[in-house]
Ligand binder design. Structure first.
Ligand SMILES: [Zn+2]
Length: 94
């Protein structure tokens, strides 16, 4: 059985979590991957080179006891985007 492995990524523009299987065909700009062509071509000029979701910042909020919904509200992003980091936080920090 052939095992297909993909890399789970979070779109820095819309916060969608997606999987890239073939990096040659991924929507990317430099080292940043986007979930869709739509997101790739609508990167605002001022947001280039800036990560909208910072792991350190999100983890810090979780450590302060904030819930997933609260973190999403503070950072102004989707709850689904924070769910990805909540999973990472549980994996890394128990
Ligand atoms: Zn996107």
């Amino acid at each position: 059985m052939k095992r297909v492995t993909g890399n789970e990524r979070t779109c820095p523009l819309c916060g969608n979590v997606f999987i890239t299987y073939d990096e040659e065909w991924a929507y990317k700009k430099g080292n940043t991957y986007y979930c869709s062509w739509h997101c790739l071509r609508t990167i605002p000029e001022k947001q280039r080179g800036r990560k909208s979701l910072k792991k350190d910042r999100i983890f810090k909020l979780f450590r302060e006891g904030k819930t997933q919904a609260e973190v999403a509200e503070i950072l102004g992003c989707k709850d689904s985007a924070i769910r990805y980091w909540a999973d990472r936080y549980r994996e890394e920090e128990g």
